[in-house]
Design a protein around this ligand. Structure first.
Ligand SMILES: *Cc1c(COP(=O)(O)O)cnc(C)c1O
Length: 340
């Protein structure tokens, strides 16, 4: 049996989810007629105390439309150098919005209010106007680390005091909420817009929601159409997301426990130089070199285990709902064989 730990995007819908999809009521969502999409948008907005929501085919499109909506060409966005919006969205900020980016360098992607203030440009024609702050939670490249409420509140407060809009890339916000037990309603005070993914830990085939106030979402709907993201009977997909929202959030705790268990095991193995402290469902560990990491990935593959290398000798394992306790036991046995 293959054990695929490359990402939590590899999940496939369970029979229960497929059943919910098959039973969905649908309509043409470009006309606003799809009851399942409308319900998902309302449920997600209510979950976070935001006014409105909009369904997207991917997290990337949700983030890119949010950035397009918040900025004018020539503006500058502040985010961490690890940010998905900057590194992994194909240069979309430049291509779609014509904005420049000011990169911060927080430990594991978590920066401070002072970092933000120091990087807001003053009113001077030489400088691009700083108009948007974007935060990622959990931080993907930071090994799934969570922002605390105090950190979020201080960074967002200072940004808003300086007239910046705040966006949250919450692809794995569900994991952060389960880990920190934060009240999701608080997020509406910190952020002007939030994107969340259903296609990762929650196990859906497709789907993200962008949240904001009603004027923002109306404008986002226009951009979504321009980006080619207006979908028709999308209710079959939205039904999977509704199912996930109602059934697959609390269970993320199981993924976190499995990740902790792997961490403990890795810390005993000879070829493991360092394990990034695990907070949620991502396990990152460092081997001696990139060459070594590749050798290890190949050996794991020989045992039908798929993992990803993230550079600098680091290997990433992501736990998700397709991974059982039995798979974790086989994984740990193979890791011991391969890593001593
Ligand atoms: C996966 C991810 C996204 C969006 O990815 P899509 O594959 O486009 O849905 C955005 N931000 C972060 C941090 C992610 O990990």
């Amino acid at each position: 049996m293959q054990i695929d730990l490359r990402s939590d995007t590899v999940t496939k819908p369970t029979n229960e989810m497929l059943e919910a999809m098959g039973n969905a009521s649908v309509g043409d969502d470009v006309y606003g007629d799809d009851p399942s999409v409308n319900k998902l948008q309302e449920l997600t907005a209510a979950y976070f105390g935001m006014e409105s929501g909009l369904f997207f085919p991917s997290g990337t499109m949700a983030n890119q439309v949010a950035i397009k909506n918040h900025t004018q060409a020539g503006d500058e966005i502040i985010c961490d150098q690890t940010a998905h919006i900057y590194r992994y969205e194909g240069g979309g900020i430049a291509f779609n919005s014509g904005a420049s980016v000011r990169l911060l360098n927080g430990p594991r992607g978590i920066f401070t209010a002072d970092d933000v203030v120091a990087n807001i440009n003053s009113e001077d024609v030489h400088f691009p106007p700083t108009t948007l702050l974007s935060i990622e939670n959990t931080v993907n490249k930071g090994g799934g680390i969570c922002w605390s409420s105090e950190q979020l509140s201080s960074v967002c407060d200072i940004a808003q005091k300086h007239g910046l809009k705040t966006h949250l890339d919450g692809a794995r916000l569900w994991n952060a909420l389960v880990k920190t037990q934060q009240n999701p309603l608080q997020y509406s005070q910190w952020f002007n817009s939030i994107s969340v993914c259903f296609s990762k830990g929650l196990g859906c085939p497709v789907g993200s929601i962008l949240l904001g106030n009603t004027a923002f979402i109306n404008s986002a709907r226009r951009h979504r159409k321009r980006f080619g993201g207006g979908m028709r009977q999308a209710g079959y997909l939205a039904a999977a997301c509704i199912y996930a929202l109602q059934n697959n959030v609390a269970r993320l705790e199981n993924d976190h426990i499995k990740a902790q268990y792997i961490q403990t095991h890795l810390n005993t193995l000879v070829l493991v130089k360092e394990v990034m402290p695990v907070e949620t469902n991502i396990v990152l560990f460092r081997t001696e070199s990139d060459k070594m990491a590749n050798t290890i990935l190949n050996k794991l593959k020989d045992h039908d285990i798929l993992a990803a290398s993230t550079g600098g000798g680091w290997i990433r394992l992501v736990i998700h709902l397709g991974i059982s306790d039995a798979m974790i036991e086989s994984l740990n046995a193979v890791l011991k064989k391969v890593l001593g």
